[in-house]
Design a protein around this ligand. Structure first.
Ligand code: ADP
Ligand code: ZN
Length: 301
């Protein structure tokens, strides 16, 4: 039996179960950390289950370095009250079992790799384009962490100020990918929520170009076998073909593989698990944590 937590900036989604088929889900608004965690832990305790492991996919930035004193903490977030909050510690103090921990986007990537649109692929990238832009990557079958964790939303991309005078809205970089292409950037540029822009508005062509630049850079650096694009902004179905076209033009035939040249429909596609990618990813993190815990115990005996 596993506990899964998708920790988001607006809500915590919690799941109890053993697989996607039997997962029971509840949601809690993200308020002050202690209040939020009290509700979350109560939910798991009230179930009366004995948990083998927990998995947490969290908004960030987070400390994923097992050797660090602040492992499992949310680090320098602008979100009031959450800076330096020990999320893994809070769960572990209530349930003394293995806890798998990763970014929300790495978790979604793992969910899609386990049960969704990246099943059987050892290399893939999951991007969410919503309030912010974030990405998780699978390379050689493993989630990429590196020094801290990738921050694909903050890729630097060309910005033609004559075509698009909007300066960008990232508080750190102004016109990084997120600063130019997240949902709020669209709203600030066009003066209305992205969801209300007509499907044939020129804003979508610009949006597709920025996202295609991001995908091109990720293709050149990570060489993924597939991109999964989710998040609120990608609820615009026309955006996929616009991105594929721009992406193709940017690569200009240089990446010589049929997946890119002939199968762009599947190379760039939506996640299959939809809104459940994050919580199912957290479930997969719990499964991995349980397996690792069992292996560690076996090694000691
Ligand atoms: P979050 O990133 O906060 O988890 P979402 O992925 O839902 O949440 O992203 C919210 C953003 O997506 C908002 O900026 C909103 O304007 C935008 N958005 C939501 N629905 C749509 C839609 N149907 N079309 C375009 N943009 C949308
Ligand atoms: Zn940025």
């Amino acid at each position: 039996m596993f506990g899964a937590i998708e920790a988001g900036g607006t809500k915590f989604v919690c799941g109890i179960g053993t697989s996607p088929e039997d997962l029971t889900i509840a949601q809690f608004p993200t308020s002050a950390p202690d209040v939020t965690l009290e509700g979350v832990i109560q939910f798991f305790q009230d179930s009366g289950k004995r948990f083998d492991a927990f998995g947490i996919g969290s908004f960030g930035p987070v400390d994923l370095n097992l050797a660090s004193p602040s492992y499992g903490h949310i680090t320098a977030t602008p979100k009031a009250g959450w800076s330096n909050f020990d999320l893994v510690g809070a769960v572990r103090s209530a349930f003394d079992v293995p806890v798998g921990f990763d970014t929300d986007v790495n978790a979604a990537m793992l969910g899609e790799a386990t049960w969704g649109a990246a099943r059987g692929l050892a290399d893939a990238v999951y991007l969410t384009i919503g309030t912010g832009i974030g990405g998780g990557a699978l390379v050689h079958g493993e989630l990429v962490h590196g020094l801290v964790h990738p921050e694909m939303g903050h890729l630097r991309i060309p910005h033609d100020l004559a075509r698009d005078p909007f300066p960008g809205c990232c508080p750190f970089h102004s016109d990084c990918l997120e600063g130019l292409a997240c949902g709020p950037a669209m709203q600030m540029r066009w003066g209305m929520p992205a969801a209300l822009l007509p499907p044939d508005h020129t804003g979508w062509g610009l949006e597709a170009q920025y996202l295609a630049y991001g995908l091109a850079n990720l293709t050149f650096s990570l060489s993924p076998r597939r991109f999964l694009l989710g998040g609120g902004v990608m609820q615009q179905p026309q955006l996929f073909d616009l991105i594929r076209r721009e992406f193709s033009q940017l690569l200009n035939g240089y990446v010589h593989h049929p997946e890119v040249l002939e199968r762009l429909q599947s190379f760039i596609q939506p996640p299959q698990l939809g809104a459940r990618a994050g919580i199912l990813g957290a479930l997969a993190l719990a499964q991995h944590a349980a397996a690792a815990g069992t292996r560690a115990a076996g090694g000691r005996s």
